[in-house]
Design a protein around this ligand. Sequence first.
Ligand code: FES
Ligand code: FES
Length: 158
Amino acid sequence: MDKLTVNNKIINMDIDPDTPLLWVLRDNLGMTGTKYACGKGLCGACTVLIDNKPIRSCITPIKNIINKRITTIEGLPENLLQTIEQVWTETGASECGYCQPGQVMSALALIIEKPRPTDVDIDTAMSGNLCRCGIYQRIRKAIYQLAAVGIPENIHNG
Ligand code: FES
Ligand code: FES
């Protein structure tokens, strides 16, 4: 029996340790905010945070993240989600929305590490998050705006 810490909750799991985290989140825990797209670590749709660093959950077996802190889009505090929604709406940084949970999690990891990111910082941090709608400039604007507003020191609920 392995223990995973997802959004501040300790979860006992009896699952094949090679199972990718994405399927545990979506199928076992019903957390469908994290999206499946390429399944090969190439697009960033499935990005979640492990100890505040972005990882591709579709290629991360749970055996690699036992005793680490997993944060998904569902685990963000309400006030932060409201701020993100407001900034993303103001900047038009969403079209179909499919890539957005992954974009948001990568953006948060960036702002945690670099509260005032530059263009280069954003390019580097976000290069693995693809958007089929091609609204990269609007996402960049949203990241600048979110960084300017600021995010809580603790981005975890509870
Ligand atoms: S679905 Fe994981 S990187 Fe594309
Ligand atoms: S908003 Fe549609 S894929 Fe990015």
